[in-house]
Design a protein around this ligand. Structure first.
Ligand code: ZN
Length: 486
């Protein structure tokens, strides 16, 4: 690997899925993995195979579906975990096992109940065992941010000797500050004698809103892999957001001496896919992927003062994929075009009947809405799964699209299905409003969505979900132009 390449390691499917309420099915994980592969993410952490049979199958399915990215499975430093990961990754064209053990005094004493010497020994054994399955092995000293530096150096030197090719330093609890964390990475690289034999990586959490700042500080101090997630999804306050890390490095090439190999035009489509599948809305003012992230454009246009784009823009909306959100199909599109486009999105129909059902919904929609976007198609397929009796109905909330001058629109919100829930409702009408409105609700009522429109439907939707515990109203709204509120 050349020194100026920054490896992007996406853990949306593993750490991201650990966000409460963000669990994904195997097929959904494969769809996201395909989108990440299209974006040319270097490494996709697909799951934690030993955690459950479902996780195992998901990692296996991703390993089989992805060819251009390395597929990674997580494993504690235990034989059974590593063997399970190795097994799940068998179909992969390129695989990596990521094993970890805690190295901070508090974790070693309270959680592992192990002496430091034992921890070193177990880490080394784990790396050696992982090397039986693949020569691409990553090791993480968990809670490194609170570990003692001498001990950390000792563990890292030992695992590199044992064959670890990537050493990942996690700030597991999101406690570090950027200058501190950068210093830590620099110190480790300087002090560990064999540090040149491994890539140093970081994994930062956002408990203080510093995940991206800490990651970038580490990169400036020699880290050459960043672990991150789409939309910053992840445990608690989340992980470093992939889109922010990647676009900062790209935009500030005057500062960074490395670059990523990503196709950044896939960022927005990927963000929307993840948001649609998990039901986690992207806040409107979120950097890069929020609907307002490039909204200043319209103001400039209105005033007619667009003399120089660079005056107000440090990035171009189309470079991160806002323009990729193009019209893909219309009412005259045929079944083949429909199927082909969905295949491109990583969606395949198991039966002709599924295809036909989705296609007929597409025709209904195309009658009402002239411009059909990729997100609309994904929503149709989600509905298709719904009618086939899948046990999950997923949130499919996507924001309007004011940044690009296209007509804003949204997609229906879907919730987890609850079979015995009596007040589930079918969304009606051709506005996405139908998606969020409980069936007893009147406009302007407690959950009046119009009032909350700009806060995003999801906020309301999540309230519903929580208010009803396990049984949120399944939403099956259709898609239509959104009404601009004032
Ligand atoms: Zn994490």
């Amino acid at each position: 690997m050349s020194d100026d390449q920054l490896i992007i390691f996406d853990t949306t499917l593993r750490d991201g899925e650990q966000s409460p309420g963000a669990s994904m099915t195997r097929d959904e994980k494969v769809r996201i993995a395909k989108a990440l592969e299209r974006m040319r993410v270097d490494v996709i952490e697909a799951g934690f195979p030993v955690a459950s049979p479902g996780d195992f199958e998901a990692v296996q399915a991703v390993a089989a579906a992805v060819t251009d990215s390395t597929v990674c499975g997580l494993a504690r430093a235990l034989d059974k975990d590593i063997d399970r990961a190795g097994e799940a990754l068998k179909p992969a064209a390129s695989s990596r096992i990521h094993t970890f053990i805690a190295t901070s005094p508090i974790h070693m004493k309270m959680k592992l109940r192990m002496e430091p010497d034992q921890v070193v020994e177990q880490a080394v054994q784990a790396v050696r065992r992982a090397r039986r399955f693949t020569d691409n092995v990553e090791f993480s000293p968990e809670d490194a941010g609170r570990s003692e530096i001498d001990f950390l150096c000792r563990v890292i030197e030992a695992v590199i000797d044992a064959g670890a090719t990537t050493v990942n330093i996690p700030d597991t609890v999101g406690y570090n500050l950027p200058h501190q964390f950068g210093e830590l990475i620099r110190t480790l690289i300087e002090r560990v004698p064999n540090s040149d034999k491994a890539v140093f990586s970081v994994h930062c959490h956002n408990d203080l809103g510093l995940a991206v700042g800490n990651s970038l500080s580490a990169v400036l101090n020699g880290a050459r892999q960043v672990e991150c997630t789409i939309n910053g999804l992840g445990e608690r306050a989340g992980n470093a957001a992939l889109e922010e890390v990647v676009m900062t490095v790209q935009t500030r090439q005057d500062i960074f001496s490395c670059r990523t190999g990503l196709d950044t035009t896939q960022i927005v489509p990927c963000s929307r896919l993840v948001s649609g599948i998990t039901g986690f809305a992207v806040q409107p003012n979120k950097a890069i992927v929020g609907v307002n992230a490039f909204a200043h454009e319209s103001g400039i246009h209105q005033d007619g003062v667009l003399k120089s784009r660079e005056t107000y823009e440090i990035m171009r909306a189309q470079d991160v994929g806002w323009s990729a959100n193009r019209i893909v199909l219309g009412k005259h599109s045929g079944r083949n075009a429909f199927r082909t486009r969905l295949n491109d999105l990583g969606i395949e129909f198991e039966t002709e009947e599924d295809l036909n059902n989705a296609f007929s919904r597409f025709k209904d929609l195309a009658d009402k809405k002239h411009e059909i976007f990729d997100e609309d198609l994904q929503s149709l397929v989600t509905e298709s799964g719904l009618e086939a009796g899948n046990e999950w109905l997923k949130g499919c909330l996507l924001q309007g699209d004011r940044g690009t001058g296209q007509q804003p629109y949204r997609v229906a919100t879907l919730f987890r299905k609850q079979h015995h829930q009596r007040d589930g409702f079918p969304g009606r009408g051709d506005g996405a409003s139908a998606a969020g409105r409980p069936h007893r609700q009147r406009p302007g009522g407690r959950y009046g969505y119009r009032d909350r429109f700009r806060q995003g439907l999801c906020e309301r939707a999540q309230q519903d979900h929580q208010a009803r515990g396990t049984g949120a109203s399944p939403a099956r709204g259709r898609i239509g132009p959104m009404r601009e509120s004032r």
